[in-house]
Write a protein that binds this ligand. Structure first.
Ligand code: NAG
Ligand code: NAG
Ligand code: NAG
Length: 498
């Protein structure tokens, strides 16, 4: 049994072994004088190294910076872009953080394959400007996390982070230094934290860490979190498993006929209640032994029928209508991203230290560390409930053709999450929302949303929205770039999807 396959919504990282290039040897550290260093006031062991980049590396007209946060023995890599339509020079310039999932996936994947200001070109040797980059109305930062992923690294002997909460603590410190010292124009936000897939675990953990630290330490630099936007997120593994049947055995995802025939659908339907029962046990008693057993029951009874055939030339877990060209990630662009970032010119421009010998789009070490904990199987609904209770807005957006983190599962958990807005939310039907594509008005998908007053005596309402996108798999900004940018900008502007 390959445990890499046990979990439905996870991008694993076999690709690392398929890189066509030989590992680069970097004999000396690049000149440290290229970097400006900012020290944290909160902790002497935290500082950020920043270096300015130009359009040679990523084709965009906006200012861009790369660097590392040094948190003691951990070093987190980031790539930061200004907004194309900068809002103000004050301390309230909007900022969006993007995290790719995995666990172990590099955020460079989201940046260069999906929503960055520039995208990988077809040769894997350069980038092209992305007219639908997500940095139109907000500055945008991509971070490789947990430490050990992508260009982020750990000093020798430092344990690899194995859960979303450890990573959230590091990321909170990162954001604290970033918005208070390095780019104080973001001091008062608004900050939206967004991402995809396993970020359905990372983002609720990070959001809860930010809010609780802001409350606990009001005199320290505050991180101005306003909202979360979770794309095809792995929030509730149990509901994702439940959604397998609907995604594969009905036409609901937007297919002409179901993907699976009645024979297989009957087997899945028979096995599903047991999968849900044991997965619920893991939610109630989140012990790694119980949770790993639950994952196996769901894999063997439900998930294996599709995911067991997901490899190059087989089925695509991220889009039930698309081919899978590459093991694990399916999309050939992923390999090009890896080729590009491994060029010596990229390493030199970024000033990659010799601790990182090669850029890998997925980290085996991080993935394995997560497999030793219960993180992969637990639900993150409690963290979202806490965030909503503290007036943080939450957007859940879903490409409907995705199986790995399917819309059917997202509909189920958004309905059964207990919070003050639950009854109002479940009383509504999903309605179509319209957007523009290639100059034409189109029905983009469906939505429902509620605005709920969470605190007595405070007029502020808190927004919770579920938005679906038709004709899109797991990676919504890649499959529907124009529509996804419209969705993001509406969310940032507080505009309804109606
Ligand atoms: C990228 O590769 C293509 C095809 O080999 C080549 O024509 C082009 O000049 C290369 N571009 C760069 C920037 O190296
Ligand atoms: C149903 O699908 C399975 C797997 O693709 C196949 O082996 C089986 O023959 C199909 N059954 C029918 C009745 O078409
Ligand atoms: C852009 O950066 C690269 C490497 O960091 C450098 O070689 C090049 O001269 C820069 N170009 C401009 C126009 O500043």
């Amino acid at each position: 049994m390959n445990y890499l396959y046990l979990l439905p919504c996870i991008i694993t990282s076999i690709l690392a072994s398929k890189v066509s290039q030989a590992p680069l040897l970097h004999d000396h550290d690049p000149s440290v004088s290229d970097f400006t260093t900012y020290q944290s006031e909160v902790s002497s062991s935290h500082s950020i190294r920043v270096k300015r980049q130009n359009a040679t590396l990523c084709d965009t007209p906006v200012d861009q910076y790369t660097g590392w946060l040094d948190v003691g023995a951990k070093h987190l890599f980031f790539w930061y872009f200004k907004a194309e339509n900068a809002a103000s020079d004050n301390d309230d310039e909007p900022l969006a953080l993007w995290l790719t999932g995995g666990p172990g996936g590099s955020s460079m994947l989201g940046m260069l394959q999906e929503l960055g200001p520039c995208l990988i070109n077809k040769h894997g040797n350069g980038t092209v400007y992305n007219p639908f980059g997500w940095n139109k109305e907000t500055a945008l930062i991509f971070v490789d996390q947990p430490a050990g992923v992508g260009f982020s690294y750990l000093d020798e002997g430092e344990p690899v982070p194995g859960d979303s909460f450890t990573s959230a603590a590091d990321m909170h410190l990162f954001l604290q230094v970033f918005v208070s010292k390095v780019f104080p124009e973001h001091k008062n936000g608004p900050l939206v934290i967004t991402g995809e897939s396993y970020a359905g675990h990372y983002l609720p953990a990070l959001g809860a860490q930010i809010v609780s630290q802001n409350i606990l330490y009001p005199k320290q630099a505050q991180v101005p979190l306003k909202s979360l936007a979770i794309g095809n997120g792995y929030v509730s593994p149990l509901d994702t498993a439940y959604g397998y049947w609907e995604t594969l055995c009905t036409t609901n995802p937007g297919v002409d006929k179901p993907i699976f025939n009645e024979t297989i659908c009957d087997i899945m339907a028979t096995n599903l209640p047991r999968c849900i029962a044991v997965a619920k046990t893991c939610y109630d008693y989140p012990d790694p032994a119980i949770c790993n057993a639950a994952a196996k029951v769901c894999w063997d009874g439900v998930i294996v029928f599709y995911d067991g055939e997901s490899y190059a030339g087989g089925r695509n877990r991220f889009d039930i209508t698309a081919p899978c060209d590459l093991d694990e990630f399916c999309y050939p662009e992923t390999e090009l991203v890896q080729d590009y970032l491994n060029l010596e010119s990229s390493f030199n421009a970024l000033g990659v230290p010799k601790n990182v010998r090669k850029f890998e789009v997925g980290s085996h070490a991080v993935e394995e560390a997560f497999q030793l904990t219960e993180d992969l199987e637990i639900t993150m609904k409690p963290q979202l409930e806490y965030l909503l209770a503290n007036q943080i807005d939450v957007l859940i957006y879903q490409g409907n053709l995705d199986l790995a983190c399917n819309t059917a599962g997202a509909k189920r958990w958004t309905a059964n999450m207990p919070w003050k807005g639950q009854s109002a939310f479940t009383s509504k039907e999903l309605k179509p929302w319209k957007s523009t594509k290639d100059g034409k008005e189109v029905v983009a998908g469906t939505f429902k949303e509620v605005n709920v007053k969470m605190m007595d005596g405070d007029e502020k309402t808190t927004r919770f929205a579920l938005v679906t996108v038709d004709g899109s798999g797991h990676m919504v900004p890649m499959d529907q770039p124009e529509i996804s940018l419209d969705m993001l900008n509406r969310w940032l502007a507080g505009k309804s999807f109606d």
